[in-house]
Design a protein around this ligand. Structure first.
Ligand SMILES: Cc1ncc(C[n+]2csc(CCOP(=O)(O)OP(=O)(O)O)c2C)c(N)n1
Ligand SMILES: [Mg+2]
Length: 724
């Protein structure tokens, strides 16, 4: 028996009634609080025995934090909640209010990785349930705070724009986290963003709950620090309460929730707790805490505190409470026996199903032909954004400088004026917040199209895409999705201008995020279809898409000669590119140049040089870099005796590695080579050319590849390879 279990039983036995107090309206709530807390405690206890038997996989518990049950009891079931990992009390309480779920069974399913787990389908231990409006969180502490702010912002934005969300108009967001986590820059950024919105009097109804047990694993929070840091957030009402004072707890929680709901402003509840039984089952806290200190926390056990008040007030006797406590134990043990009979999650296909991108039939074709005046890439994307915003009222465009200025490169020009400040807005200068707004608004039913000003500045906020956006469908078995299209201005070739941070050419971190769709635009003829394809994936399937736009090509007009206008195109308003669809340029049969982004421009220029030397190549624009358009790539390559992969990103970890490996995997029998940029940051000025892949290298590589051997036979009229 765990010492805290014994301590509780002994403690309750010793309680004495003081003679019945006058009945209070809180008595019912106190009673329910106790039952939720007891349920949570027994789930913690059984999690440890299951782990010891090798049949449970998670032991981070809620013991000592069960006072958070007050929030589950007093918030509404349809207030979306993004919770700390010690939220057993909250979960049990909300489930008891909802009355529609099987909380004990469901938590046990989660601990044992059962395929019947209603939230993650057995993929992970999370607190979440679609019917309880608890959105599952990752283990990355504080990473859910930007989404919580974005979601609270979205609730009021939805009201103002008439977009329907899954939640009522007066809903609020409950967001909890630990005291050590409050120091994380992600938490600090989100709290700052909430304060910024409060300062601007923009609705953001979120209650931040800091569950302060005074320690993060073994590192103590300096005495008074969490309160000092949280109390001074401008515009946020701060309240504090002790988790072992249940009566005050109920009233402070009720006040906090009511104020956020009424005023639509963020608030902070500083909930002082203890951590019982160490950080997790594997944590021997005696290594860093004295026995005296550990035992002192037993006296602040919130479950015992609830029992004490119930007995003191004469609402229940000590024996009755012990009966309820033991009944909760039996229920948990019975349910555990039942759940252990269930199948664990099975095949690889089942595991990856929520993040598998369904690729429609692959296609390969020349770029579509549009009508009207010739547009640059920036103009074509601008026109497509306008078209999509007009067609879909739930689309939002936001980022740094995208509104009145219309973006650093004019890509969002005119959208603010045409669609208004609610749908096209500037954010504060924090990429985590930009992505947090996307995460929250997407969850609420909007289709966010945030802009990241430069690729280098996505990297500082990447985990919001990797850890949050991309994992949501996975950890919720597809119950929750956050479809979005993150537009990123990026890549190099700006004639030495801007140095590394404005010429960043690293895409590797995006390509290895499971389920994330990465597309790279190149030419104004195909970019509209690509953007429409991304928005369709976000809207219809809830996919997380990143569309990288090559800055160097935004305003390019000509390809080979001044005035040729070959990097402009009339607007193609009919084309939607599905993932897996590629475009190609040229009819050459000597070699296939496989590329994307600026590589298309470089390769087509190289193709013109080669043509003058009587070498005829075709340029294939992959467009979709994750997942790669494997079928189209393999089929196209199969029609050529030589393939050169032209990759403007780095040699190590660059795109070419994946393309070449794909061709090798599929047994491509021809000659195969790659050219790429150097493993370097991009320097300022002409030195940029020393590290970036150049046209000459492409031309030389084609010659090397073809060598003196005969070339592929030329097809008859009409070219056998031209299909769509
Ligand atoms: C970003 C990140 N860094 C490190 C960890 C490892 N880690 C897990 S819990 C934890 C301590 C968190 O302490 P606190 O926020 O006080 O929550 P508590 O466990 O005390 O409730 C750490 C460092 C993590 N999960 N995420
Ligand atoms: Mg802590």
């Amino acid at each position: 028996m765990e010492p805290i279990d014994e301590h509780f039983v002994r403690g309750v036995r010793a309680l004495e009634a003081h003679g019945a107090a006058a009945a209070s309206e809180n008595d019912g709530a106190l009673s329910r609080l106790f039952d939720a807390q007891a349920q949570s405690r027994h789930l913690d206890l059984v999690a440890r025995s299951l782990q010891a038997e090798g049949r449970g996989y998670y032991t981070i518990g809620s013991a000592g934090h069960e006072s958070n049950a007050a929030l589950g009891l007093l918030s509404r079931v349809d207030d979306p909640a993004l919770l700390h990992y010690r939220s057993g009390g909250f979960y049990a309480a909300r489930a008891s209010v909802a009355g529609s779920t099987e909380p004990v069974r469901d938590v046990l399913r989660s601990l044992t990785s059962s395929s019947q787990d209603p939230m993650s389908g057995g993929r992970h231990k999370v607190f979440g349930h679609p019917a309880l409006h608890i959105v599952p969180q990752t283990s990355t502490i504080a990473s859910h705070l930007p989404r919580a702010v974005g979601l609270a912002y979205a609730l009021d934005l939805a009201r103002a724009t008439g977009v329907r969300t899954p939640w009522p108009e007066d809903a609020l967001v409950v967001c909890s986290f630990g005291d050590a986590s409050a120091n994380h820059s992600t938490a600090a950024g989100a709290l700052n963003a909430a304060a910024y919105l409060a300062h601007r009097r923009v609705g953001c109804p979120v209650l931040f709950v800091c569950e302060d047990n005074g320690i993060g694993i073994s590192t103590r929070s300096p005495r008074g620090w969490p309160g000092a840091a949280l109390r001074t957030l401008p515009g946020l009402a701060y309240r504090q309460v002790d988790g072992d004072d249940p009566e005050t707890l109920l009233s402070v929680v009720a006040e906090s929730l009511a104020e956020v709901r009424r005023c639509r402003r963020p608030g902070v509840l500083h909930l002082r707790t203890v951590r019982l039984m160490g950080h997790a089952g594997s944590d021997a806290e005696i290594a860093y805490r004295s026995q005296q200190e550990i035992l002192a926390d037993y006296e602040r056990d919130p479950l015992l505190a609830s029992a004490r008040v119930l007995v003191e007030r004469g609402v229940a006797t000590a024996d009755e409470l012990l009966d309820r406590y033991e009944a909760a134990r039996r229920t948990v043990l019975d349910e555990a026996a039942h759940v252990l009979e269930e199948e664990p999650i099975g095949s690889r296909e089942t595991v990856v199903a929520p993040i598998a991108v369904s690729a429609p039939a692959p296609s390969w074709a020349a770029p579509p032909v549009g009508t009207g005046p010739a547009l640059t890439l920036a103009q074509a994307i601008n026109a497509t954004l306008a078209e999509l915003m007009a067609a879909h009222p739930e689309t939002l465009v936001f980022g740094q400088d995208v509104a009145v200025k219309g973006g650093v490169y004019g890509v969002t020009r005119g959208l603010h004026k045409r669609f208004g400040a609610r749908r096209v807005f500037d954010t504060l200068l924090d990429e985590q917040t930009i992505l947090g707004v996307a995460l929250g608004t997407a969850l609420a039913g909007f289709v966010p199209i945030p802009e990241i000003q430069y690729l280098a500045y996505l990297h500082n906020a990447e985990d919001q895409l990797r850890g949050e956006a991309a994992t949501l469908a996975f950890f919720s078995d597809g119950h929750y999705r956050n479809g979005m299209v993150v537009r990123v201005a990026g890549l190099a070739y700006q004639k030495g201008f801007g140095g590394h941070f404005h010429n960043d050419n690293s895409l590797a971190v995006l390509r290895d995020v499971p389920g994330l769709v990465l597309a790279v635009a190149s030419h104004p003829a195909e970019a509209p279809g690509l953007l429409r394809g991304c928005v369709a994936l976000a809207r219809d399937e809830g996919r997380v898409c990143v569309l990288v736009e090559p800055i160097a090509r935004y305003h390019t007009r000509d390809l080979v000669e001044d005035g040729d206008g070959r990097w402009t195109a009339p607007y193609a308003d009919h084309d939607t590119a599905p993932p897996g669809s590629v475009v190609w340029h040229g009819e050459g049969r000597d070699a296939l140049l496989v590329t994307f982004g600026n590589g298309v421009y470089l390769s087509r220029r190289a193709a013109a040089t080669l043509a003058a030397e009587d070498v005829d190549v075709t340029v294939l624009d992959l467009r979709w870099l994750a997942p790669l358009p494997v079928e189209a790539l393999v089929a196209a390559a199969g029609e050529f005796g030589a393939v050169l992969v032209v990759d403007e990103t780095r040699r190590s970890g660059g795109v070419a590695e994946g393309v070449v490996a794909t061709l090798v995997d599929h047994g491509y029998p021809g000659r195969l080579a790659r050219v790429a940029s150097a493993d370097s940051f991009v320097p300022l000025g002409p030195a940029a050319e020393t590290v970036l892949l150049g046209e000459d290298e492409i031309v030389a590589a084609v010659h090397r590849l073809l060598g003196p051997t005969p070339r592929s036979p030329r097809p008859g009229p009409g070219g056998a390879h031209r299909r769509s």
